[in-house]
Design a protein around this ligand. Structure first.
Ligand SMILES: [Fe+2]
Length: 394
């Protein structure tokens, strides 16, 4: 997030001495794009390179589902069983080289520490609250938050209550759209959210502790675990532009028009070859001739993934909270028959949904295949729906 922050104690000038209890602290510059991007400078009690043991490396392999048909899909995630912790419990639904979408319904607390060494992560908290404990300080989160965790940030979730997360992971940067920012990074007046809506990491807690601590780092298509002999949160101060923050979907100010507004109006984040959008409760198109549901469309270069979080979505029949529709490129999608007529005259919507459009095709996982409602592809054809025959697709 391009806003300067400082926590704890830092020396008056960068790259100069800082002492604590007779120890010269280790200054770490954690930066993006070599030394040309945003960076944060941290002051450690112990050098961040010190490990006691390089424990195992576990490759991350996604099990692909290659369906027999290229059709629209409806993944019903509402009944997904709890699994793992807030990091190990992430089950990949869809992925390509730019982004990975996972569902996480954890069944237990996170015991050890984690960081993604090579990818940015955004966690949409559909259900649950808690605190993301990080090397830079604590970050409380509540339902509806996007928890933005840049690469390189060691952290651990502390949850309060049942959790349900939709997780985006990208080897590219996940950023505030460029068109929302001025040349200094301040959010512009026409942007659907402002700087006050962004909540950076809070209080820094320095742990000067010896013992055994495990940190798992996602790197090189796998998980490398290190055993440390000191607490990883040993930072006494930091400053810079790279840190975790939250933005709540309820703080997105919808931009509407007299006639239908397409998804770029709902854009919340931009990534490398993908976008994340927020569909929020809003007034609908007010032209007397408006059709207040989306027109049929073929985004010839996009796969569209929509996660339905709350409310009712007028254009889609059969979706429920936790549903994910996957509308791939190459074929058109549209409101189901009767939805456009039913929507005429509607003045507002209460829908809450998170969308991810990718500019390269997504692959489906075997986990996604278990959630797939195979009748969805025929939901635009009432005659075909009336005499359903199972789609043989495995
Ligand atoms: Fe669409």
């Amino acid at each position: 997030m391009p806003m300067y922050q400082v926590r704890g104690e830092v020396p008056r000038k960068r790259h100069t001495q800082l002492w604590r209890d007779g120890r010269l602290l280790t200054e770490e510059v954690m930066g993006l794009r070599g030394f040309s991007g945003n960076e944060t400078i941290l002051y450690h009690l112990v050098t961040p390179s010190r490990i006691r043991e390089a424990a195992g490396f576990e490759p991350v392999r996604h099990e692909e589902w290659e369906p027999a048909s290229h059709v629209h899909r409806h993944l019903r995630t509402a009944g997904a069983e709890p699994w793992g912790d807030p990091v190990s419990g992430r089950r990949v639904l869809l992925w390509n080289e730019d982004v990975e979408l996972s569902l996480c319904v954890p069944e237990r607390e996170q015991e050890h520490f984690y960081r993604n060494g090579e990818a940015d992560e955004v966690v949409f908290v559909h259900e649950g609250s808690g605190t993301l404990e990080t090397i830079l300080g604590d970050l409380p989160y509540v339902p509806g938050d996007y928890v933005v965790v840049p690469r390189g940030i060691t952290h651990r979730f502390r949850t309060a209550g049942r959790q349900r997360h939709l997780v985006f992971t990208s080897p590219g940067l996940i950023e505030i759209p460029r068109r929302y920012r001025n040349e200094y990074g301040q959010l512009l007046e026409h942007a659907p959210y402002g700087n006050r809506d962004l909540h950076p990491v809070g209080e820094l807690r320095t742990h000067d502790e010896r013992g055994e601590f495990r940190v798992t780092v996602r790197v090189r298509r796998g998980l490398q675990t290190y055993v440390l002999d000191h607490h990883p949160f040993d930072v006494v101060g930091w400053d810079g532009y790279v840190y975790p923050w939250t933005f709540n979907i309820a703080d997105f100010e919808p931009i509407t028009k007299r006639v239908h507004m397409p998804p770029p109006a709902h854009q919340t984040f931009e990534g490398r070859n993908f976008v994340i959008c927020s569909f929020c409760p809003r007034k609908l198109d007010w032209d007397p001739q408006a059709v207040p549901v989306p027109y049929a469309h073929s985004n010839l270069e996009s796969d569209e993934v929509m996660y339905y979080a709350a409310g009712s979505y007028a254009a889609r029949r059969g979706v429920e909270t936790g549903s994910i529709t996957v509308h791939p490129s190459g074929i058109a999608h549209a409101p189901q028959p009767g939805r456009a007529e039913a929507a005429l005259g509607a003045t507002e919507t209460d829908e809450v949904a998170v969308m991810c459009d990718t500019f390269h095709p997504l692959r489906l996982s075997r986990f996604a295949s278990r959630l797939d409602d195979a009748t969805y592809a025929y939901s635009w054809n009432p005659e075909r729906e009336a005499a359903p025959a199972p789609i043989t697709d495995s």
